[in-house]
Ligand binder design. Structure first.
Ligand SMILES: Nc1ncnc2c1ncn2[C@@H]1O[C@H](COP(=O)(O)OP(=O)(O)OP(=O)(O)O)[C@@H](O)[C@H]1O
Ligand SMILES: Cc1ncc(CO)c(N)n1
Length: 266
């Protein structure tokens, strides 16, 4: 069985973060492992508290996994601070980790900072150059490149700038576009749009985490980046389609509907 590791924050409500990542890995038939960078007290209405893990326990978790187990792909999510980014970058360096999907998590849907504002530059200098795929949403792409990313032409322009920061491939997510939910993949040679009709729902908690983990799962299974993104897009669309009104706010993506439907059980 192929393996994937998520290095990310915990979401107590189970819709995003480590919990969404592990559900995605399982649903896609990959054995999931985790390095927890921070704990959030979070539900469908918002984030009420954040506690960062000390860098020594983050380092110990990375070493515990890598000293024992072959890891076929890594997804990186919430990192919270510059110090944590540097620790994770050192781990990638120490084990020369190749298939890294970096989800540049910055602000939760409810508006809480999951990455300190002053850490964006560290992300650019220390981690983006080590990533195989970087997956910013429109807001994150804007923060990375310094101009507004709001439509397909500016997504294309931003993808080139982020590629020049040293990432192998760039996926700019169009979940926040006006109109269709259209993502862009740039591998340095071709620009490929992955269009999809926008699903009319408020239940989109964890869409970004689900998508980036699904890309990592595809890479773990040996897919090339194009197929990994195409399959991840199908998966996240299905998971949003079956999203449901858990709690009083923004409900989560639904992995198990996706799994059962795929297996022909439902
Ligand atoms: N309403 C929707 N209908 C269809 N696809 C969607 C919808 N919302 C998001 N997506 C898709 O979900 C994936 C995640 O994109 P999105 O832009 O929502 O990420 P994100 O903002 O990083 O998510 P998060 O808030 O969880 O961090 C992309 O493939 C995007 O196109
Ligand atoms: C822990 C965590 N990671 C990522 C997200 C996505 O925004 C979230 N809401 N919570």
């Amino acid at each position: 069985m192929k393996t994937a590791l998520t290095i990310a924050g915990s979401d107590s409500s189970g819709g995003a973060g480590i919990q969404a990542d592990l559900k995605t890995f399982s649903a896609l038939g990959v054995f999931g492992m985790s390095v927890i960078t921070a704990i959030t007290a979070q539900n469908t209405c918002g984030v009420t508290a954040i506690r960062e893990m000390d860098t020594d326990i983050i380092k110990a978790q990375i070493h515990a996994v890598y000293d024992d187990i072959e890891v076929n792909a890594v997804k990186i999510g919430m990192l919270s601070s510059s110090a944590i980014i540097k620790e994770v970058a050192a781990g990638i360096e120490a084990y020369t980790i190749p298939k890294v999907v970096l989800d540049t998590v910055m602000i939760s849907k409810s508006g809480s900072y999951l990455l300190q504002k002053n850490a964006v530059q560290t992300l650019i200098t220390d981690l983006i150059p080590k990533a195989f795929v970087v997956t910013p949403n429109l807001h994150e792409a804007t923060a990375l490149v310094g101009f507004e990313v709001v439509d397909q032409p500016t997504m294309q322009k931003a993808a080139k700038v982020i590629k020049d920061m040293g990432a192998e491939c760039v996926v700019i997510k169009g979940g926040h576009l006006e109109g269709d939910a259209c993502d862009l993949l740039y591998d340095g040679k071709t620009m490929e749009f992955f269009p999809n009709k926008r699903i009319q729902t408020i239940h989109t908690h964890g869409t970004g985490c689900t998508f980036s983990s699904a890309i990592a799962a595809g890479l773990a299974k040996g897919m090339d980046v194009y197929n990994a993104v195409a399959e991840a897009k199908k998966y996240v669309t299905m998971a949003i389609q079956h999203g449901f009104p858990l709690g009083k706010g923004v409900g989560p993506t639904n992995h198990f509907f996706a799994l059962y439907e795929k297996a022909g059980i439902l």
